[in-house]
Structures are given as C-alpha cells and as structure tokens.
Design a protein around this ligand. Structure first.
Ligand SMILES: Nc1ncnc2c1ncn2[C@@H]1O[C@H](COP(=O)(O)OP(=O)(O)O)[C@@H](O)[C@H]1O
Ligand SMILES: Cc1ncc(COP(=O)(O)OP(=O)(O)O)c(N)n1
Length: 271
C-alpha cells in the first residue's frame, strides 16, 4: 500500500537519459513507495556514451522552488545530488537552515564514473563548510572521499580515519562507499561510521559490468526514502545496499555503452 503522506524530495540535476540524477532518484522513490518531488538545480544532456552539455538553473528559480514546496507540503526527508557551483550550494544551504525538511542525505556529486565534472573546483570548500554540518548522512564514493578529506584512503584503517574526519566536519553519519574498479575483486563493502562512533560494514558480491550509471544516486535516494518512513540509519543503508545490488544484477538493456541500472528489479526483493 502506497504511503501517500510520506514526501521525499530530491534536490538534484536531471540527466536526460534517465540513468542518473533526478530521474534515478524519482525511480527509486517510486520503487520504495514514497511520494517523490524534484527540485531542479541543473540539467545535463547525456546518453550512455557520456555527457555533452550542462545548464545550471538560476538561483532565483531554485529559491522559488524551495518556497513553493515548503508553502504547501511537509517534507519528511531529502537528498541532494548535482549542485554544480558554490552559488547553488549557498542557496541550498540557506534553505536547509530556513525550512525543516526532515532528514538530510548528502550525496556529494562531484564527477561521474566516466570523468564528467558536475561540481566546480572552487565549490568544495562551500560544500564542506555550509552543507556537511547539516547532513544526517553523507555518502561519498571512493573518489569523493579523497577529494573531501584530502587524504589517501587505501586501507580499511585509512578509510576509518577518513570517515572520522568527515564526521568531525559535521556529518552525523558517514557512508564510505567501497571501490569496485578491480575486475578480480569478489565483493564490494561500504563502511558506515554511525553517529555513535561504531563502524558497520555492508557487503555484496561484486558484479563485473559497465551498466552501473546512477548507482550512487539510487543508493542515496533509497536511504532518503527509508529515513522518510522513520527507519533507522542502519536499516535504511541496508535496504539501499540490497536495492542497489538487485538493480545492478538485473540491468535494463537500453543504450549502446554505459547503461542504467534497473529500478524495477528490487521491488519484490526488498519490500
Ligand atoms: N560493480 C558493482 N558491484 C556491486 N556493487 C556495486 C558495484 N558498483 C557499485 N556498487 C554499489 O553501488 C552503490 C553506489 O556506489 P558507487 O557506484 O561507488 O557510487 P557513485 O555512483 O556515487 O560512484 C554502493 O553500495 C556500491 O557498493
Ligand atoms: C544530473 C546528474 N546527476 C548525477 C549524476 C551522477 O550520478 P551518480 O549516481 O552519483 O554517479 P554515476 O553512477 O552516474 O557515475 C549524473 N550523471 N547526472
């Protein structure tokens, strides 16, 4: 039964091929049976071979979206995606402080897996200073972990220290997503540093595929959907990990190259 009253918001860019960004978030919200809303920050012209153009929404338009949504709805949780530049970050941070929109999942979208830049180089500091202290959970991938901590993070010990550094910057919970760039690896382990200082590991088999566009968006969107339902951080991360794994394991065969994952696949398995 759909819980109509649970509203989950994505503050993100749209990727025109539907594999990542806002569309992937809304697919994930729908599959997890929460009512999804999309506050658009940017749009990219992309397909399974790459991203070919980007446009950032005017800050005044982003502001208007915050105002009209908060005038009319009670949002239970949100996630952020592509924020593009420091002006957009400043606007988003101001509104996260102004309006109570529930739990905050920060997905630090900096670059796609295929090397397209989605956040300006001069915006990292604003991300760290203005957004990190507001986050209930942040979900950096391997590349983003090094960028945000300024540390080399190869061993599990180093990943733990990196997570502690991000937590000290203000994020309550830190999910360090595991590497998956070695065709010989058998598992992918994401490490959560929870608010209580404990580490938790979430492990699934490694799937050797190029069809993994939008995995990070999907994981963070499902975490937001589950937090919106009132579930704990650990339960939300576990459901998101299971959901994302099933979506990778049952790809949709569209496009010629780096294809999307399948948001239909996990619905029956993770309810
Ligand atoms: N090839 C893979 N096999 C299994 N799990 C994967 C694979 N690629 C990504 N994942 C999982 O997908 C989720 C998103 O991680 P990741 O792809 O690193 O994010 P991002 O899209 O931000 O780079 C994580 O839970 C990660 O463990
Ligand atoms: C508009 C837009 N936002 C985000 C992404 C990247 O999504 P993400 O899931 O973090 O990473 P990939 O798995 O797609 O590399 C995007 N492509 N477009």
């Amino acid at each position: 039964m759909m819980k109509k009253e649970i509203i989950t918001l994505t503050i993100a860019g749209n990727d025109s091929d539907g594999s990542a960004g806002m569309t992937a978030d809304l697919h994930s919200f729908y599959a997890r049976q929460v009512y999804g809303m999309g506050l658009l920050t940017a749009a990219v012209a992309g397909n399974t071979t790459g991203i070919y153009a980007q446009e950032v929404m005017p800050v005044s338009f982003i502001q208007k979206q915050f105002d009209v949504l908060n005038d009319d709805f009670k949002i239970a949780a949100l996630k952020t995606g592509m924020l593009a530049n420091k002006e957009v970050i400043a606007c988003v941070a101001a509104n996260l402080r102004k309006y109570d929109m529930g739990k905050i999942v920060l997905d630090p979208v900096i670059m796609t897996k295929h090397g397209d830049t989605l956040l300006d180089d001069d915006a990292y500091q604003a991300f760290l200073d203005d957004l990190m202290p507001l986050a209930d959970i942040i979900t950096p991938n391997f590349y983003e972990q090094q960028k945000l901590t300024g540390m080399q993070l190869d061993t599990k010990e180093e990943i733990h220290r990196g997570a502690e550094k991000l937590q000290k910057m203000g994020a309550k919970n830190v999910l360090m997503k595991g590497r998956h760039d070695n065709a010989a690896q058998s598992e992918v382990t994401d490490i959560l540093l929870a608010e209580d200082g404990q580490f938790y590991e979430f492990t699934k088999p490694f799937i050797n595929t190029e069809r993994i566009n939008g995995t990070g968006d999907t994981l963070s969107a499902v975490i937001a959907a589950e937090l919106a339902k009132g579930r704990s951080i650990i339960a939300s991360v576990q459901t998101a990990k299971d959901f994302t794994y099933e979506a990778i394991a049952h790809p949709i065969e569209v496009g010629s190259k780096y294809g999307p994952i399948n948001h239909f696949a996990a619905q029956e398995d993770t309810k």
